[in-house]
Design a protein around this ligand. Structure first.
Ligand code: AMP
Length: 213
């Protein structure tokens, strides 16, 4: 199963990709997570990407293509994957087609998570992530039992540098201008399923799983 998850920042792509991963046995490939790990490790790609990520700009397509191509050639992604955060513009969508064509494969489905801008700002401004294990929290809707501490591993919770209000506005604008055109692109190819991503986590998860079956 080769699936792309589209949706604005804060739509819940990471959360639902994790659920799909455990339900369908395919790896969750998040380019945002990969970039944050590269930045943290100080790799050459990480150094190139750092400032762009912190400003909410897109990282150059060639760097992203190399990163994704490498990751999709890992054994665990040979029969399927759930891509979260890639592609983010039309050129990247064409790059992805090319990568899959070289292995005689093609996407099975593209899920677009639909959320309005007001809800995105509310979600992202309260989002916190465990620095140790990456578990997601929200200060209002999914707080940890002890403030600032991960329930799962006891690690400290942090706010992403790009989840600050001015950067959030910019990331939404980048999504609407550059990534949203992919919705029409994949709809025309008959791959698109749109999912209302508002409501309880369980309800959205059911819709996501339903759209994949
Ligand atoms: P995310 O965790 O998906 O919200 O991604 C965080 C940031 O990483 C984005 O705001 C971009 O700066 C960068 N990024 C992630 N995926 C891509 C991509 N496919 N192309 C360009 N930049 C990306």
């Amino acid at each position: 199963m080769m699936v792309v998850l589209l949706g604005p920042p804060g739509a819940g792509k990471g959360t639902h990709a994790d659920a799909i991963r455990s339900g369908f046995g395919v790896p969750h490939v998040s380019t945002g997570d990969m970039l944050r790990a590269a930045i943290e490790a100080g790799t050459p790609s990480g150094r190139k990407a750092k400032e762009l990520v912190e400003r909410g700009e897109l990282v150059p397509d060639d760097l992203m293509a190399e990163m994704v191509r490498d990751r999709l050639s890992d054994k665990d992604a040979s029969t399927g994957f759930i891509l979260d955060g890639y592609p983010r513009n039309l050129d990247q969508a064409r790059d992805l087609d090319g990568m899959l064509a070289t292995r005689g494969a093609a996407l099975d489905r593209v899920l677009s998570l639909v959320v309005d801008d007001e809800e995105i700002v509310r979600r992202l401004s309260g989002r916190r992530t465990c620095e140790e294990c990456g578990a997601p929290y929200h200060v209002v809707s999914a707080p940890p039992k002890i403030a600032g501490t991960c329930d799962r591993c006891g690690g400290p919770l942090a706010q992403r540098a790009d989840d600050r209000p001015d950067v959030i506005e910019h990331r939404i604008a980048v999504y609407r201008a550059q990534t949203e055109p992919l919705v029409a692109f994949y709809r025309e190819r008959g791959l698109l399923a749109e999912v209302d991503a508002t409501g309880s986590l369980g309800a959205v998860r059911q819709r996501v799983v339903g759209a994949l079956r």
